[in-house]
Design a binder for this molecule. Structure first.
Ligand code: AP5
Ligand code: MG
Length: 213
């Protein structure tokens, strides 16, 4: 099964992806995670990407298209894949169509997670992530058992640099202008599966799996 998880920043793409990996056994490919990993390694790509990420702007299309083109050729994608945070512009969506055509692959479903913007701001400013295993938490909505520590591996929890109110404001605006048009793009291809993204994390997971079967 080949999926795209589409939705505004904070919609719960990463949270749901972690569960979908376990259920369907397909890899999560998050361009945001790949860029943050590159920054951690201090590669040229990571350092350049940080300039855009810190402003809440999108990294140039050709950079992320290159990342995805390489990643999709890795062997773990043969049984399927889940794209999280890609594509984010119509140019990226068209490039993806082209890459998949050449590979003889295609998208089966675009899961479009819908959440109102005031809720997104609360979710993002309260998000915490484990430095060691990448598990996600929220200080109010999904708190760890011990403040500041990961339930699974006891790693340290940190706040993403782009999760402050100003940068989140820009990211939400960028989503409206550049990414939301993809709902139309995939509706025309009959691939959009709208999912109401408010309620408990378990309920939303249930809505997604009901659609995917
Ligand atoms: P990226 O890392 O993709 O960030 P994003 O799209 O802004 O999305 P988030 O990861 O912030 O949100 P999410 O939907 O995964 O939410 P989560 O599950 O964590 O991109 C970062 C940057 O990289 C971009 O700004 C850009 O610069 C660059 N970039 C990446 N891809 C790019 C591309 N294709 N093109 C160009 N540039 C690119 O949940 C959020 C919080 O809410 C968590 O705390 C969670 O615990 C909580 N939560 C989840 N579900 C619920 C619920 N049901 N109820 C209450 N709380 C909940
Ligand atoms: Mg994410």
């Amino acid at each position: 099964m080949n999926l795209i998880l589409l939705g505004p920043p904070g919609a719960g793409k990463g949270t749901q992806a972690k569960r979908l990996i376990d259920k369907y056994g397909i890899p999560q490919i998050s361009t945001g995670d790949i860029l943050r990993a590159a920054l951690k390694e201090r590669t040229e790509l990571g350092i350049k990407a940080k300039e855009y990420m810190d402003k809440g702007a999108l990294v140039p299309d050709e950079v992320v298209i290159g990342i995805i083109r390489d990643r999709l050729t890795q062997s773990d994608c043969q049984k399927g894949y889940m794209l999280d945070g890609f594509p984010r512009t119509v140019v990226q969506a068209e490039a993806l169509d082209d890459v998949l055509n050449k590979m003889g692959s295609k998208i089966d479903h675009v899961i479009s997670i819908e959440v109102a913007s005031d809720e997104l701001m609360k979710r993002l400013t309260g998000r915490r992530t484990c430095r060691k295993c990448g598990s996600g938490y929220h200080v109010v909505f999904d708190p760890p058992k011990k403040a500041g520590g990961c339930d699974k591996c006891d790693g340290e929890l940190y706040q993403r640099d782009d999760d402050n109110e100003t940068t989140v404001g820009s990211r939400l605006q960028v989503y409206e202008n550049q990414t939301k048009p993809l709902i139309d793009y995939y509706t025309k291809k009959n691939l959009i599966r709208p999912i109401q993204g408010t309620g408990s994390i378990d309920d939303i997971f249930g809505r997604i799996t009901a659609v995917l079967g």
